[in-house]
Design a protein around this ligand. Sequence first.
Ligand SMILES: Nc1ncnc2c1ncn2[C@@H]1O[C@H](COP(=O)(O)OP(=O)(O)OP(=O)(O)O)[C@@H](O)[C@H]1O
Ligand SMILES: [Mg+2]
Length: 253
Amino acid sequence: MADAVPALRCSGLGLTIGGARILEDIGLEVAPGEMLGVIGPNGAGKTTLFNLISGVLRPTAGRIELDGRDVTGTGAIARARGGLGRTFQTSSVFAHLSVHENVRLAAQARLGGSLALFRRPRAGDGADHVAAERLAEVGLCEHAATLAGQLSHGDKRKLEIALLLAGRPSVILLDEPMAGLATGDVPDLVALIARVHAGQGRTVLMIEHHLDVLLGLVDRVAVLHHGRLLACDTPGAVVADPQVQAAYLGQTV
Ligand SMILES: Nc1ncnc2c1ncn2[C@@H]1O[C@H](COP(=O)(O)OP(=O)(O)OP(=O)(O)O)[C@@H](O)[C@H]1O
Ligand SMILES: [Mg+2]
């Protein structure tokens, strides 16, 4: 692991907006195929970190590398083409399109560039095939014809992951995938995330407030606090870290 080129490397990463330091001096290396949890209290900067990594925001300091390539100056679309995929904290599906149509559009954009969205879909074309495969991967085949807006919360999350996978990402950022889910839907989604990770050796970064779920799933955990990286270590070491307990948890996990 020490010798491999990291799938993702952030060094000295910072964001200052209007004099406010949102993120400061974040140094992070994620190995290919690793799953990293990202935790921290509300407002710690977790989503902002994902916005910097995915190119939605530009950092005011530091550097971001994907697979050893410096992508700091590139935009979100270039990074997505380069293999970075993310979900958003709020849902981003087209509610009035069917589940299959949603995934097909994502696949079509990936296969043929954005103009391909204006092409007429043909049954059995490449994007159709990819969509069917992705729906099978997340277990939504039986809902292919359902309008996305009519899916249960749990199934909507699965659809969001299918949309993400249609872009064939090698590095995946998941922002609170369990948020708003009924407790009964959590194990199913956890199993899906574990499959998505293990299946093709994808690298996964996951923000999650459900620590019980997260700590059992990830290889390491990064702890953000007031825009700084407080710790980045195995779940066991992070839970035992007195600094983390005092500053973030304020109590024993
Ligand atoms: N565009 C922006 N302009 C000014 N401040 C911002 C901007 N985006 C985020 N912030 C601030 O940066 C801090 C970090 O926000 P961020 O959304 O990254 O936190 P978070 O750790 O994801 O929190 P949560 O757990 O609530 O999702 C917050 O104080 C927020 O108000
Ligand atoms: Mg957030």
